[in-house]
Ligand binder design. Structure first.
Ligand code: SF4
Length: 310
């Protein structure tokens, strides 16, 4: 197959929200087409829920729904295995097992999967090497893959930097500001966190994100709240809170049910962060926006009351 004719499916869930620019640029640079599943809707949620075991977290159920939506619509579906970036810099174990899980769930679909593996801690395997292997498996030359990765990484870093700068400006505004502490795929998904930030905007509150920060700085600052937390994304969120808790009026801890890392880390945050009102929202497929809005409304009232504005 000519590389130009290869179509790669990207499930719009989980790591897509962190790596969308990296992935899209990489495949585009190699002359391939990418197709992204539609934003989460009721069908995707229901299909993913039917494919997952009951104990799976809501994020994983949604992810499986997105994979199902791409089956038959592309040559390969990208399902990476991202385990760790260094010692004590691990990802949630779900990210280690996703390729095996997807391969098993969709074993009779005839759909081909594409994967890459990042595991610095156990296998000393970094992202660049992982992309090189993936590109070569697709029939591209090492030179072309290296160039594509370089371009993709540059685009990813520059997009993140731009987002961070935009958020830094928001912190300076006078309006009430609330920091949302959540994994990007929870914060941005239309069936999980997006209704929360939409509601805040509607009532004149600026929603900010603990994970949209300078990642290097956040990893260092995370130690102020926990010197031992080993989950990379939770560390970034902890660091984001440590860096900005004095710039905001409240913090919303937003997680998908049942999330092991968040359950532990959010408990730690509520114990260690003092002086800022905190709302802990755990979302499941039954949450419904009405119930969430009622809790958000009372939270905003609590902040206003505390600040003598009610
Ligand atoms: S960190 Fe939590 S929400 Fe994310 S995949 Fe793991 S268990 Fe699911």
């Amino acid at each position: 197959m000519e590389q130009q004719n290869i179509k790669i499916g990207l499930p719009r869930a989980m790591l897509y929200y962190r790596y969308r620019v990296l992935w899209r640029t990489f495949f585009q640079e190699l002359g391939m087409e990418t197709v992204v599943s539609v934003p989460t809707n009721r069908d995707i949620l229901e299909q993913g829920t039917a494919l997952a075991i009951d104990e799976a977290c809501l994020s994983l159920k949604i992810y499986l729904g997105h994979v199902a939506a791409l089956v038959g619509k592309c040559d390969y579906i990208l399902v990476p295995r991202v385990s760790s970036f260094d010692r004590h810099r691990s990802m949630c174990t779900r990210f280690e097992s996703t390729p095996d899980l997807v391969r098993n769930v969709f074993r009779n679909s005839g759909q081909k999967l594409l994967s890459y593996e990042v595991d610095e801690e156990m296998k000393k395997k970094g992202e660049e090497e992982a992309f090189l292997e993936m590109g070569k498996a697709l029939g591209c030359s090492a030179k072309a893959v290296k160039r594509a990765y370089k371009q993709a990484k540059k685009a990813e870093l520059s997009q993140h930097k731009e987002r961070v700068q935009k958020y830094e400006q928001q912190y300076k505004k006078e309006n009430m500001k609330v920091l949302i502490a959540a994994h990007s795929y929870v914060a941005e998904d239309p069936y999980m966190g997006k209704p929360v930030s939409d509601y805040l905007k509607r009532v004149g509150v600026i929603p900010l994100r603990a994970d949209i920060v300078d990642r290097e700085a956040a990893l260092k600052h995370s130690r102020e709240l926990s010197p031992t937390c080993k989950w990379e994304i939770n560390r970034e969120i902890l660091g984001g809170i440590a860096m900005h808790m004095e710039d905001v009026d409240g913090i919303i801890l937003l997680s998908a049910f049942p999330c092991g890392p968040d359950a532990m880390v959010n408990e730690l945050i509520t114990r260690r962060v003092k002086g800022v009102p905190i709302l802990n929202l755990v979302l499941d497929s039954q949450s419904g926006i009405a119930g969430v809005e009622t809790r958000l409304e009372s939270f905003i009232d609590i902040i206003r009351f505390k600040e003598g504005k009610l």
